[in-house]
Design a protein around this ligand. Structure first.
Ligand code: XMP
Length: 540
């Protein structure tokens, strides 16, 4: 890659990934490596600047991680954030001590002097005319003595050294977190560092990524054949569109349809890829095989295992018929890469534990092609739109690998799947078509600036769940005895914790009416008002 790059050394903070994302938003390519990586790798990386991340560790303890000494000898700018500032201070001759109070949350810092990092950047001015920045802090320890040649760059009443700089060497450090959105000028500060102080042009963009990725894929696979398991999800879809753009018919996609997808999703996948983009897709309708294996199974984990294994079996069978295939393409994305690198070194930056159906075994004897492994999820979405995929599909809520298999409680049956698909489609359609109003904002269901957005966009995940219990109802003159459907909508940042969405009653009422009137077999709809924890997002 011919772009200037920034390297983030990760000391294990929960928000390290955000640093890389903010830097990339400035048009500068950026990657994360564990802080204890071989220093030669840092040297070979050829970064224009280095950022040292935060951490839960204490810099003054002997056993803690330090930045390789080489970082301060490469002659390139370095920005320390939180723990990154503390280790920089310790390693360059300053002092760090345990604070008496933990500072967590909003803080207002005063910028001292005019360093290049803060010059002209301020949220407010105090009575003496000093610039103030509203920032987000999370630390216990603090720097108590500046290293030689450093000057004070920022302070708060409880943290007198909240920023320091040795401008001659291009070393800057801040105690607060510029990477989180609560720090109002955070993105400007990072842009100042990478664009002006490190001198990066900011020429990394999605269109240039497409051209370069296409070249890379062509060079990598030559005239070989590639196979890819298309799941209908965003990552595999974008990978398919990108690889197809690079090598056309050398790519064959295998779409394993387990019959547990969303309403008409199988048709949509074929329409998008086979018809619209001209991708060669083998549509394997394996519904009967999956349903057969799931017959009589009620345990959620057993169901997951069966679906995962059946998926691999079907894919492997199809792959076996393509004797010329040398490559297996996968939609691995950057957070997966960081997670496994972190897991190896013990510096995990993420604690997500779900794995998708489709972790394919090595026995396929194929080389791996992973063209999205440098991209974050939001970048994958932008790439999808750039490649001509429907934005509605690319920005869809996440969908679990085992599909409706975990949304039909207990035994999975084709009849239940059909009811669920229809009920779910009604719910999603109403969410997409209903915009938040000023009345919703007045009732505190949403904020003022969310008015006009659809409730689909205002929720992180929404779906229907099939409950295999029957309840009594009355329709016309007759008594009914039919199934119950639960609807669930949650709002979350990271899917580790979630709130149930406070949807307007009018919307819930419409969804309930429509499901009961339009979906045969259902006479009762309930709304799930449980948060995570203690409930999970999915019901199984
Ligand atoms: P839970 O139910 O654990 O879900 O609160 C958190 C997020 O993970 C998704 N999920 C899965 N995704 N395979 C997946 O690929 C699975 O087995 C699985 N189980 C849950 C869920 O949809 C939510 O987004």
């Amino acid at each position: 890659m011919n772009h200037q790059k920034i390297l983030v050394l990760d000391f294990g903070s929960q928000v390290t990934q955000l640093i890389a994302r903010r830097v990339r938003e400035c048009g500068v390519f950026c990657e994360i490596l564990p802080c204890d990586v071989d220093p030669q790798r840092i040297k070979d990386y050829g970064a224009s600047g280095i950022v040292l991340s935060g951490s839960h560790q204490s810099a003054y303890e002997e056993s803690t991680d330090k930045a390789p000494a080489l970082v301060f000898e490469l002659g390139i700018p370095v920005l320390g954030i939180c723990y990154g500032m503390q280790t920089m201070a310790m390693q360059l001759g300053g002092k760090v001590e345990a604070g008496t109070v933990r500072e967590f949350g909003h803080a207002q810092i005063r910028a001292h002097g005019h360093t290049r990092l803060f010059d002209g950047l301020q949220d407010e001015t105090n009575e003496q005319g000093h610039g103030l920045l509203n920032v987000w802090m999370s630390h216990g320890d603090k720097v108590t003595e500046l290293p030689p040649n450093f000057k004070l760059m920022a302070s708060t009443p409880s943290c007198p050294i909240a920023g320091m700089a040795d401008e001659a060497r291009g070393f800057y450090a801040v105690q607060f977190h510029p990477e989180v959105t609560h720090t109002k000028k955070g993105k400007d500060i990072l842009a100042r560092f990478v664009r002006e102080i490190c001198g990066c042009k900011g020429d990394w963009s999605m269109p240039s990524f497409v051209d370069e990725a296409v070249e890379r894929i062509r060079a990598q696979v030559g005239t070989d054949e590639v196979i890819l398991g298309l799941s209908g999800g965003v990552d595999s879809s974008v990978a398919a569109a990108l690889i197809h753009k690079a090598i056309g018919d050398q790519l064959t996609c295998v779409f394993v349809d387990h019959g547990l997808l969303r309403y008409k999703e199988g048709e949509q996948v074929m329409e998008t890829f086979a018809k619209h983009l001209g991708v060669r897709v083998v549509h394997v309708n394996a519904t009967e095989e999956f349903m057969g294996q799931l017959k009589g199974v009620t345990d959620p984990e057993a169901k997951r295992k069966i679906i995962g294994k059946a998926f691999v079996d079907v894919f492997q069978r199809e792959a076996g018929t393509r004797a010329n295939a040398r490559w297996l393409a996968q939609g691995t994305i950057y957070p997966d890469v960081i997670e496994s690198a972190g897991a190896k070194t013990g510096k995990a930056t993420s604690i997500k534990s779900h794995h998708n159906v489709g972790g394919l075994p090595d026995t396929l004897n194929l080389k791996l092609l992973e063209p999205l492994r440098d991209l974050f999820k939001d970048e994958v979405r932008k790439l999808g739109v750039e490649l001509g995929l429907d934005p509605e599909m690319v920005y869809r809520h996440p969908f679990p690998g085992p599909g409706l298999g975990v949304r039909i409680l207990g035994e999975v049956k084709a009849e239940y799947a059909e009811i669920l698909q229809r009920a779910d489609a009604v719910f999603i359609e109403e969410l997409r078509n209903t915009k938040a109003t000023a009345k919703d904002a007045a009732a505190e269901l949403c904020t003022e600036d969310q008015v006009g957005k659809s409730w689909y966009d205002l929720t992180s995940q929404a779906f229907a769940v099939f409950l295999p219990v029957k309840s009594v109802g009355v329709m016309g003159d007759g008594r009914t005895y039919e199934y119950v459907v639960a609807i669930r909508a949650v709002q979350t940042q990271d899917f580790m914790t979630a709130h149930w969405a406070h949807l307007p009653y009018s919307l819930l009422g419409r969804v309930s009416n429509r499901i009961i009137n339009e979906v045969k077999g259902v006479n009762r709809v309930v709304y799930d008002v449980s948060g995570k924890p203690p409930a999970t997002i999915e019901w199984e």
